[in-house]
Design a protein. Sequence first.
Lengths: 443, 263
Amino acid sequence: MSYLSNVLFAIVLIIGFGYFYLNVKKIIRNINLGIDINRKDNAKARWRNMAMIALGQSKMVKRPVAGILHIIVYAGFIIINIELLEIIIDGLFGTHRIFAPIGVVYDILIASFEILAVLVLFSVTVFLIRRNIIKLKRFIHSDLKGWPKGDANYILYFEVTLMTLFLLMNASDLHLQNVPGGFSHFIKAGSFPISQFIAPVFNGLSNELVMLLNEAFWWLHIVGILVFMNYLYFSKHLHILLAFPNTYFANLNPQGQFDNLASVTAEVKLMMDPNADPFAAAPVTENEVPSKFGASDVQDLNWVQLLNAYTCTECGRCTSSCPANQTGKKLSPRKIMMDTRDRLEEVGKNIDANKGVFVPDNKTLLNDYITPEELWACTSCNACVEECPVNISPLSIIMDMRRYLVMEQSAAPMPINAMMTNIENNGAPWQYSQQDRLNWKND
Amino acid sequence: MSENLIVPTMAEMLAQGKQPEVLFWVGCAGSFDDRAKKITKAFVRILNRANVSFAVLGTEESCTGDPAKRAGNEFLFQMQAMMNIEVLNAYEAKKIVTACPHCFNTLKNEYPELGGHYEVVHHTEFLKSLLDSGRLTIEGGQFKGKRIAFHDPCYLGRANNVYEAPRDLIQKLDAELIEMKRSKANGLCCGAGGAQMFKDAEPGNKEINIERTEDALETKPNIIAAGCPFCNTMLTDGVKNKEREDDVKVMDIAELIANAQDL
């Protein structure tokens, strides 16, 4: 009988990790649809960023209430997962509290898991209140209509459920540990500062029933964790994993430094070279696709921008600090990231459905998801980049899409065209002659 | 009214076989915009007073290409950049100072990859170095005890982490430096960046410069100090919109220093 449950557990585990593995592969495949850029330089600074920002949560606490509660949930998540190791070993080998013999350390571990579980429950409750009762502006924003709003709440409900099951599992265990003369395999092990107060609810029930409940809690808890892990792929909650690579590969240059398009540099250099032969035919390379300037779809973005899209957890700090959004414009940096991920998922599904090849679907990130009106509202002020707790850059996507609008489609707003014509003709954004540049001296 | 500003050009310097200590990059706003020209002159007066050997490019200067780049026209940007780099390199420019954070950012961060390697400083950093080295001394004068709120230009602050130089200068005036609720890394844009200066805003419920002016007015300032000609325009318009131009002045840091010296 117990042999059967070991096999069942192994199967559950294989399905859980197997499905997760397939989806992780899909994410990596999709991220690699992006253009290659080198973000492997300066490893020292990158490790430091990851340690400070992802592991150390340094940017989270800039908003202290959310930041501190988030650290509790995050610490709880990581530390309580140590317990997972014991659960998996117990499940596979039919043991019970395999680590119990380590004695005092075990007591301390179990006790700290319990305390953290309660802190997590408290924090998650506050998060639910902020989202659904206080209704903070960034959580009821139009970006989150539909699935994203549900997603945010489902994650919190999941956490409540998992923590509750963990405590009930311990409480029923403790109840059976305290049966006079001992009961079954429930040896005295662990210290239960929280669940000792829950254990009395089992008084009056038969030991067999409590044991059954204990097994049910145990199973629901581990299956719940596996389901939650597989939910990540469909959810903004993916940030718990991707925050680490995302901060590692984030831009290290000053925020004001925008990349210089290398394809443009080559052409401009040729134009300015007095020795270049204007009639010489460009060397023709077989199958060479002429480079496209800027981005109209996800494949034109670089892989870090696509990683950014999967990492975004839709907290909305970017949007709440965006000057355009605060003054009622359509632009929302969070929506830029959500749209990019949605489109990337759509392209990924297209590839899956067409045997590994993308079949054009007459849709693009530009226009079908992100409108020029949103793009032109950006002041490039970097507030969104500064705010992002995991160093995502919505601005770089906005800029790449503007480049496409201007260089591929000549679709800039009229006054912008006038400004650019002035720069071309007289070296200033206004209609003043370059010869008058020093007139101020004598004004 | 012509005053005795000494403004040598790089060409004149070269003819005399001289290399100035620093090249003053005036920028388009500083050259042509009526309000910004006053900032340019105030800065030159200080340079003259401190006997700084400087020169401008004059008619050889051209737009850095910043607004074109932020608008998405990488071609035009790189054309401008390479032309400017040719001129700057021909004069063997080493150090550049500018009163425009957009020029500052572009010259400092985006030109090196295209062949333009210079030490680039914002005029507030340069002024602070003049004070620190004792080449310039200032007294509070007319600004003593005045409430001065500093607005961080995005391309100086967040873009390049220069927050302290302008603040140090305000404090040197014996003025009361006041901070808006959103300042430094959290500062709110004036609304002009990203080529917005040259177009109308998209439909919304408010202009960004009004939102920012409200931040500033909340601090009950006598003066709103800026370090960018575009921020200056946006905030001046905002103050006018609020009909507060009689009791609240929008001034550049260079103007504060020059006025304190009665220059």
